[in-house]
Design a protein. Structure first.
Length: 107
């Protein structure tokens, strides 16, 4: 719910109220002089909650990563190497990556 700021014109008393948007048009009386207060328009206060990437040990890669770029570069490099294929595990039937040998029979 948004916070609304009110100020009395006569005694300059300030008041903050948390109201729903549906109640925002209701009039507020000053608790000191009992006169109607005016709604003060204020700038929004933005607080960044985005945390920077913190270096940590990635057990899947087996090394310390310092950025998302490190992870993506490692994945691109691994995709080109033989023997280190990335296999997704799920409910689907997994097919073998190895080449099947021919069964030789003596005729």
């Amino acid at each position: 719910m948004p916070t609304y700021l009110y100020e009395c014109q006569y005694c300059k008393f300030g008041l903050e109220q948390i109201k729903s948007i549906a109640q925002s048009d209701e009039q507020v009386d000053c608790p000191k002089c009992r006169l109607q207060m005016l709604k003060v328009i204020q700038a929004t206060q933005l607080s960044p909650k985005i945390k920077p990437f913190e270096p940590h040990f990635n057990y899947g890669l087996g090394k310390v990563v310092t950025s998302h770029r490190d992870i993506n570069e490692h994945i691109r490099r691994v995709k080109g190497e033989k023997g280190k294929e990335i296999v997704e595990v799920g409910n689907d039937k997994l097919e073998s990556v190895k080449v099947k040998r021919k069964a030789y029979t003596l005729d």
